[in-house]
Design a protein around this ligand. Structure first.
Ligand code: BGC
Length: 226
């Protein structure tokens, strides 16, 4: 059983084929997200990622927005009209294999959680994603990134990639810590995981003991769990 795992992001579309144990069966493929990131072009790029990876039996896709039953509701960091887009059905049609699609942060977390108690995942990339799990079950589509924080701003406005580039890594790290300190007494998670493309810029020494920095490759590995 070969699972094609696709991670659609605001910056790049990544993919690999994994066996049932999670071992990669190909070299990871990464293609920049076309801009404007309208459905037709993003899907064509996802298909190109698949084409470069060879054979697979089923498909799993993480998407940077709210996804319910394989259908997209929102895509804040992409362009064009995604509401109502039948993402899983479209990938099935284009690639000829069964597909599941879900929110990218939810998928990311599936690769790293211990499935014990309350676990929270934040992905720090183009946007800020969030995934909440209780004893391993995902509370799908938690959108913490768009919760107000600091006056007129949201969590995502405070720590997304555009702002990191503007204020620099040092200030950005302090902001991430402020987000963690705000969320800890609200969610009372057993463990928090910080992933996404920018997690490698964090320093574990700046973070509380129950916070783990995870590799962005979880976006692919989580696809197998989905
Ligand atoms: C979206 C989330 C997504 C996150 C990371 C946010 O803007 O609302 O659904 O998980 O970006 O891609």
């Amino acid at each position: 059983m070969r699972t094609l795992c696709i991670d659609i992001g605001g910056t790049a579309i990544k993919g690999n084929v994994l066996d049932l144990a999670g071992a990669p069966l190909a070299e990871r493929v990464r293609i920049e997200t076309p801009r404007p990131a309208v459905p037709a072009d993003v899907l064509a790029t996802a298909v190109e990622v698949a084409r470069r990876l060879g054979e697979f039996d089923r498909i799993s896709c993480g998407f940077p927005g709210v996804v319910e039953g394989g259908v997209v509701h929102t895509a804040p960091n992409l362009d064009g009209d995604w509401a109502g887009y039948k993402l899983a059905a479209d990938l099935e049609l284009r690639l000829g294999k069964p597909c599941r699609a879900a929110n990218d942060a939810d998928v990311h977390g599936l690769a790293v959680i211990e499935s014990k108690g309350v676990e929270l995942v934040l992905t720090l990339g183009t946007g800020m994603g969030s995934g909440l799990y209780t004893d391993g079950r995902c509370v799908w589509n938690l959108e913490l990134g768009h919760h107000p924080f600091n006056g007129d701003e949201t969590y995502e406005d405070r720590v997304d990639d555009a702002v990191r580039k503007k204020i620099g890594n040092k200030k950005w790290r302090r902001r991430v810590r402020a987000v963690v300190d705000q969320l800890a007494p609200i969610f009372n998670y057993r463990r928090l995981y910080l992933g996404g493309g920018n997690s490698a810029r964090l320093d574990p020494a700046d973070l509380p003991e129950n916070v783990t920095i995870v590799d962005n490759r979880a976006g692919i590995a989580g696809g197998l769990k989905l």
